[in-house]
Design a protein around this ligand. Sequence first.
Ligand code: FES
Ligand SMILES: [Fe+2]
Length: 464
Amino acid sequence: MNEKVKLTEEQIKARNPSYGFQDLLDLEDVDVPPALRENTNTYLGSEDLPLDRWTSREFFDLEVQKLWTRTWQMACRESQVAKPGDYLVYDIANFSILITRTEEGELKAYHNSCLHRGRALKRGAGSSPELRCPYHGFTWALSGEFKGAPCEWDFPHIDKGEFSLPEVKVDTWAGWVLINMDENAQPLEEYMGILPEHFERWNHEQRYISMHVQKVIGANWKAVLEAFIESYHAIATHPQIMSYQGIDNSQYDVWGDNVSRTITPSAIVNPSHEDQYDEQDSVNTMLGTSVLVGETGDDSETAVKSRARDTIAGINSEAFQPMHSETLEGYATKSELMDSTLYLLFPNFAPWAGFGPVLTYRHRPNGDDHNSCIMDIFFLNPFPEGEERPDDAPTVRLEIDEPFSKAADVMGEGLARIFDQDASNLPQVQKGMKASKKGTVTLANYQEVRIRHFHQTLDKYLNA
Ligand code: FES
Ligand SMILES: [Fe+2]
């Protein structure tokens, strides 16, 4: 669709004719948190977006210059740099940020580049009492002050007091470490908008990484990110989940410039597949085995719709309880025990919500390449307060030609299959975008509003 087509109110408000996520919340037995009751119903326009946003080198270069240098980005978990001397390198496009913890326990982030002749100071992650460049041995304290170099007599022109490592802003939220290269960046808390308030209840601080798979995918980083902020594609791409995922009645929200959300309800048949499956199929497919849904004697439509959700909520509540100090029964909604609730903090940090083990995604360019990206998939597991923090799982790295099924032992076969279905689209998306005669993408008004929201924020950075 081209420039400024006028839509009627009715067209803008068009939603799946079946019940929605908010109707399912009406069937909850406990208090529903206000965060789930929010329903922004935002319309941001219907204009096409030009494809060069994903395919052109110039656009990518502009992002490097104006986006990655100015936004808050998730670099790692606090647990990965817990002790003095622990360090971790976060690479983004051509930039490299070295995160470490000082003797005093303070988090610091530096540009990972030696002030002598530029060698990257560190790679990967590890622990060292000081930051010593392997090339000629210039050395800095963990706190960034220059300590010295071999043959200092040859550098009378260096003012040691002025030769500290240039710093990058660093802050934490819910156990995550985020960085921002912009010295004048707005504080993280302000940047995050409603996010911290929403997540207070789900307490991601009290979690550890139980799985981390990192894969190179042959498509622009935005194309890959966008495949995970709408559920619409699941109808064609993941047909095996239609018996237990309410794709058509997913809710999509956006707040301010930086936060958006999808909630896709589980343990219900997708409304447009109700002629193929019933609530017993939902439960059987979710559990991989046949467990009878509870009969209540109430045959009203809503009672039948909530039967599978009641069954799965009961099973999940018991399964998740040992991971929590607080009692889930009477507190956790069914939604928080099973639904897919995915937030995005612009530009590329996507934590999921809920009381069970939850996913978190991060998407970034694969170094300097605008045609490939690195996708990180984390599972965060809760553990009870007072118990020792379990160790984070090691990273499983998959290269561009390695399928997620290669990591099925850590991801589980069902999840690996879903990600492989997504990954099979993406290089073809990149290829087709370049091959396009039309030259634009056409977005759904509601189900793809998060993609439009993302691009509108991106424009604010690129035009700044
Ligand atoms: S480049 Fe680092 S010490 Fe020479
Ligand atoms: Fe998908």
